[in-house]
Design a protein around this ligand. Sequence first.
Ligand SMILES: NC(=O)c1ccc[n+]([C@@H]2O[C@H](COP(=O)([O-])OP(=O)(O)OC[C@H]3O[C@@H](n4cnc5c(N)ncnc54)[C@H](OP(=O)(O)O)[C@@H]3O)[C@@H](O)[C@H]2O)c1
Length: 310
Amino acid sequence: MDRINLGGSELEASRIVLGCMRISEMKTDALARHISTAIEHGINLFDHADIYGRGECERKFGKLLATELDRKDILIQSKCGIRHERKKDVQYYDLSKAYIIDAVDGILERLGTDYLDLLMLHRPDALMEPEEISEAFDRLHDTGKVRHFGLSNFNANQFDFVQQHTSHKLITNQVQFGPAAAHLVNSGMQANTPFEGAADRDGGLLEQSRLNDVTLQAWSPFHYGYFEGIIMDDPKFEKLNKVLEDIGQSHGITKNAAAIAWILRHPATMQTIVGTTDTSRLEDIAKAGNVRLSREEWYQIYATAGNMVP
Ligand SMILES: NC(=O)c1ccc[n+]([C@@H]2O[C@H](COP(=O)([O-])OP(=O)(O)OC[C@H]3O[C@@H](n4cnc5c(N)ncnc54)[C@H](OP(=O)(O)O)[C@@H]3O)[C@@H](O)[C@H]2O)c1
């Protein structure tokens, strides 16, 4: 599988990343097999966040790191900034300096490692002070706890806003993208039309990321809407499933892999973060890394997923 230098940095990471959001549900033996299968198929980057499984996902991964994995052979990224006060049942965002620094200490302790290759801020915080973010990044970098920084779910202006306050190049932006959640390309496709899809919801994030050599990481590739469900075998997406199956078959891959190949085909050279906990599905998906869809196939999947080609 191809590797890319994230955001032009020295971090060489696989185009397909294993998302660890659901691994707290896995038995330890199954998880060990899952991770080693990922590595055998060329996946070398693992995506975490402090809130996944309320810390349990990082803790489980940390146990494997202590016993079965070689830290220097893999890259680990995690995210912080989403807080949940269970007693008051309040969810909120916190990108204050103190919180970011504390959150990283918690992440490192749970993972049992002394550094993260990449830290991302999980979602924009309405109350964020970019000077504080910058100071937190300096401290984490100077103490060797974090090698690189990125953001997640930030629009283009928010991204620039943070970037202009820190000397560390922000190398990634992790955003939702997939055939049935294609808002990243929709407004560009419908540019100069009166259609609803022409509305620019992210400030031209796709072009901004390409211009500034920021790697986009596409999360939840099989989802539609905002966590409404997945496209696979959903009767609402019967035609899309058939097209993915047919295109997949012609390349010797499954329909899941065809959906991933669709993301990888975009010239922005994105990564995609897959969250499967099924090891045979992961093996199938990894084959997408060797397939390049034609322009016609790309558009056929795009349109069949319900996106407009005016
Ligand atoms: N930055 C953010 O805000 C953000 C938000 C969400 C997620 N993420 C990251 O993105 C990663 C991926 O997210 P995700 O797990 O939601 O995305 P996903 O890879 O699109 O979805 C995986 C889900 O779809 C199911 N699935 C896939 N193919 C299927 C099929 N053919 N039949 C039945 N079920 C199928 C999987 O079940 P199986 O396990 O059975 O395969 C799993 O429950 C996460 O692990 C996390 O690292 C980031």
